[in-house]
Design a protein around this ligand. Structure first.
Ligand code: AMP
Length: 472
């Protein structure tokens, strides 16, 4: 079939590369640059090597490696060859990796992309792109599931293309932008959200292996857009070198993957005069909602559904589990038909597991995860509501509210707080604003909360750590 009928995501991305292929795609910290031409050639070599190694359309290619431009050459080469990209967190242990390799059964496993790509360059490139339908699988993303086995969300070429085009438009990307990219690339945020916006606009990226203060501050001198997780923003704010002038050349700061505290939003605006644009997404659907580029960005809200996304609250309740349907929503979990069936409604909405509500004008607010819901004495307690009250108390920088086993109440509300203070006085103060059953029965003070690579507080670890707080 001729290529016009193909919906291969690689073709869409490559069709937007700058006509001057010598333009830098990756600006590296050591002053070197890697051009769009080099990216394209690298992808063709990777695709050629994969085909030579017997990789056929639909075969999986796994990768576990530190961040580099070569990882992106492998990613694009895999798409070009019609295969399926499976990125693995570079922090996974060999035992964890074994599970993913056993489950996904990749044909090829790349662990040293620079060497692997260099070797591919000694063989023949693949000049054409293997045609794919919009519904064909492009990538398998294992979700960081906190309970049970990790599930592989199957994202198609169509899912990724639709979302990339929607974001590119929503956030006003142009070829003159320079994106500061300090995110990991084994997760949808860095791999799809950030990268696709840049490639679709043919712009350059300040390409940082990870978030390091000095490099980010230097990168901000060239960048026009920054994407990050909330921790990036709290770290920037903690650095006196991050000034209004530093942020002055950046037209857009985007944040997501975990809730952005309203206090961080406010402090950022005070420091820079700019409002962070918060958006909401997940491995199973990439980006779902975003605050507007033009118009009101509201602290604590994740904005409006992207065009084409239907979003509703389960059971038509005011606050409840968010359900979504739309062009970027994955179709199923890899080889888990029962899990897939459990997490979709009869009319095809994906049950996100996030709890939230909508304003009459459609603006969405997230109040937590359904599985983090605490049931104390038979009453439902949404941790977010309690956290918002605690975060306002003097001495509290951030709080994480969990439920742990309690003899009388089933679960007792516990607040784990970064900060210091008098526990009894704080509980009394919280009670002036919260019904007694919602107020924490204990407050534990800590220096740091456990977070995963995307900045999400790992409440499952906190629940384990404080499981015996009410024992005896
Ligand atoms: P992951 O699949 O690892 O990307 O995790 C997706 C989850 O991250 C979502 O289901 C939400 O619980 C959370 N999340 C992402 N963005 C936001 C946000 N802006 N506010 C609150 N939670 C978010």
């Amino acid at each position: 079939m001729p290529n016009q009928t193909s919906a291969n995501l690689y073709e869409l991305l490559a069709s937007r590369f700058p006509s001057d292929r010598s333009k830098p795609c990756f600006l590296l910290s050591d002053g070197r640059a890697i051009s769009y031409g080099e990216l394209e050639t690298g992808a063709a070599h990777v695709a050629g090597r994969l085909v030579a190694e017997g990789v056929r359309p639909g075969d999986r290619v796994a990768l576990q490696a530190e961040k580099s431009a070569e990882v992106i050459m492998v990613y694009l080469g895999v798409l070009k060859a019609g295969a399926v990209f499976l990125p693995l967190n570079s922090a996974y242990t060999p035992a964890e990796v074994d599970y993913f390799l056993g489950d996904a059964e990749p044909k090829v496993f790349v662990t040293d992309p620079p060497a692997w790509v260099a070797e591919a360059a000694e063989r023949a490139p693949l000049d054409t792109t293997v045609p794919r339908a919009a519904s064909d699988l492009a990538s398998l993303i294992y979700t960081s599931g906190t309970t049970g086995r990790s599930k592989g969300a199957m994202l198609s070429h169509g899912n990724l293309a639709e979302n990339a085009l929607a974001l590119h438009a929503a956030w006003g990307f142009t070829r003159d932008d320079v994106l500061l990219h300090a995110l990991p690339i084994f997760h949808v945020h860095g791999l799809f959200v950030a990268l696709h916006c840049a490639l679709l606009s043919g712009c350059s990226m300040v390409w940082l292996p990870k978030f390091a203060d000095a490099e980010v501050l230097a990168g901000l001198n060239r960048a026009t857009v920054m994407m990050g997780v909330p921790t990036f923003y709290t770290r920037l704010l903690a650095n006196p070198g991050f000034t209004k002038a530093k942020a002055g050349g950046v037209r857009l700061f985007v944040c997501g993957s975990a809730p952005l505290l309203p206090s961080t939003f406010a402090e950022f605006e005070e420091r820079t005069g700019q409002r962070i644009l918060e958006r909401y997404g997940m491995s199973e659907a990439v980006i779902i909602t975003t605050n507007p580029l033009e118009g009101e960005r509201v602290a604590g809200s994740v904005g409006y559904p992207l065009p084409g996304v239907e979003l509703r609250i389960a059971g038509g309740e005011e606050t409840g589990v968010i359900e979504i349907r739309g062009p970027s929503v994955f179709r199923e979990y890899w080889r888990m038909p029962e899990k897939t069936a459990e997490e979709f409604t009869a009319d095809g909405f994906f049950i996100t597991g996030d709890v939230g509500r909508r304003d009459p004008d459609g603006r969405v607010w997230i109040s937590g995860r359904a599985k983090d819901l605490i049931i104390s004495g038979g009453y439902n307690v949404y941790p977010k509501e309690v956290e918002l009250v605690l975060d306002e108390l003097a001495g509290v920088a951030e709080s994480a509210v969990i439920g742990v086993p309690h003899r009388d109440f089933g679960e007792g509300v516990v607040a784990v707080v970064i900060g210091q203070g008098d526990e009894a006085a704080m509980i009394a103060e919280a009670r002036t604003q919260l019904a007694a059953y919602k107020a924490p029965k204990r407050i534990v003070f800590v220096d740091e909360l456990p977070r995963n690579a995307m900045g999400k507080v790992q409440k499952n670890l906190l629940r384990q750590r404080y499981a015996d707080l009410f024992a005896g």
